[in-house]
Design a protein around this ligand. Structure first.
Ligand SMILES: *Cc1c(COP(=O)(O)O)cnc(C)c1O
Length: 394
């Protein structure tokens, strides 16, 4: 059996040992319901408070502005639907982008069926929005702008602070999906004028099924789950105590190690990009340099299919992704790659390799060893490549 090289950290991460250790007592001896009054419940209540404080510290906000959810998708849904329904007396217009995660896009589509109007901003070929286009899109009916901090497929980091300034000036709420950004770039909700922010545990070496929505104090938003008084009655239901404790530890570690982590990944990323671009007819998707997520590599190999690359990489023990996890299995190419202007046939040949804490120099070398012959073999079988070669000979 080959050694496994995991390069899909943008899909999910392992749980760090320190995080697991933080979680374990809440499955066994410290199991009390946090809403009860005996002492084992005080322990679980304290664990939730501690988790909340750690998240607040990492984002530079108050603990009372942090709400735990069942993950990143739930936080995105809550932010968008919650603001839309609570503020519909002010307007029915929402602005987002064409390259958001489906948790944002499909929520917006749902709202369009329910009386809201949505503007989907386009992006340039590196995946950046145009700030003037955003300014021009805001009308007196606009209530919310939702733009992701960093893209999960091509790694583009948006100018979040500038977007926040525009929204503040024009008095519209600003939500950002920061699921990929947290732990990879510095986030400060005050400095960046962010009103609502989503993040997820399992993208930052914490557990799956736990996330956060930051809601700035005083913002009018509908409650998500009606029931008991948990999460200040905004998201009812007995808390996922172990996951909250784990997320708190994970975000603390991510913040402390941010610079070191980003520097290491950036070096490995650029080595991988440079190596892959030596393969003929290969292009990089997304920007180069500082405006790209440290661990993100996304390339297109012309004349072949992304799915077949994945299959052959799997034989070599490499876990990678084409487009986003949600789109694989469908025949449509990624909406993000189409939005940056790639033609369908090229967008089909995409490969995302996302690096993380466990990635080593040897992993990068392994991938650079196995990918070129795979591409050659697939091109040798490809009718598109054959046509192209024939055209070249004429
Ligand atoms: C993973 C991801 C989500 C969804 O988070 P879940 O916790 O899996 O629901 C949302 N947005 C982005 C950008 C993501 O990468």
């Amino acid at each position: 059996m080959n050694k496994v090289v995991y390069m899909d950290y943008a899909a999910t991460t392992f749980v760090k040992p320190e995080v697991l250790e933080e979680m374990l007592p809440y499955f066994t001896e410290k199991f009390g319901n946090p809403s009860s009054f005996y002492s084992i419940s005080r322990d679980t209540k304290m664990a939730i408070d501690k988790g909340r404080q750690r998240v607040a510290k990492a984002l530079n906000c108050e603990a009372s502005e942090i709400y735990f959810t069942g993950g990143g998708s739930e936080a995105d849904n809550w932010a968008i639907k919650g603001i839309a329904f609570a503020n519909k007396n002010k307007g029915n217009h929402i602005i987002t982008t064409k390259i958001e995660h489906h948790a944002v896009l499909h929520t917006c589509e749902y709202l369009e069926k329910n009386g809201f109007e949505v503007t989907y901003l386009g992006v340039n070929k590196e995946g950046f929005i145009d700030l003037d286009e955003l300014k021009n899109a805001i009308t007196d009916k606009t209530i919310l702008v939702s733009i992701m901090a960093a893209n999960n497929e091509i790694g583009t980091i948006q100018p979040i602070k500038e977007i926040g300034e525009i929204c503040r000036e024009r008095k519209v709420f600003f939500h950002t999906d920061a699921v990929q950004a947290v732990g990879n770039i510095a986030i400060d909700v005050k400095d960046m004028n962010i009103d609502l922010l989503s993040l997820a545990g399992h993208k930052i070496y914490g557990p799956k099924g736990i996330g956060v929505l930051y809601i700035k104090k005083g913002i009018k938003i509908d409650n998500l789950v009606h029931g008991g008084g948990q999460e200040r009655a905004r998201r009812a239901g007995t808390e996922n105590v172990a996951a909250i404790a784990g997320l708190g530890k994970a975000i603390e570690l991510a913040t402390v190690n941010l610079d070191k982590h980003a520097k290491k990944l950036t070096e490995l990323r650029d080595k991988l990009i440079d190596g892959l671009l030596k393969i003929p007819y290969t292009r990089l998707n997304g920007p180069k340099g500082e405006k790209r997520l440290p661990g993100n590599v996304n390339v297109c190999f012309e004349f072949i299919e992304g799915e077949s690359i994945l299959l052959m990489l799997d034989f070599e023990g490499v876990c990678a992704s084409s487009g986003s996890a949600c789109t694989s299995g469908s025949l449509d190419p990624s909406h993000v790659l189409l939005a940056i202007g790639l033609p369908h046939e090229i967008a089909h040949g995409s490969l995302r390799l996302s690096l993380g804490d466990g990635t080593t120099e040897e992993d990068v070398e392994h991938v650079l060893r196995v990918v070129p012959p795979i591409i050659q073999r697939l091109r040798d079988m490809s009718p598109l490549w054959e046509d192209f070669q024939k055209r070249g000979e004429k």
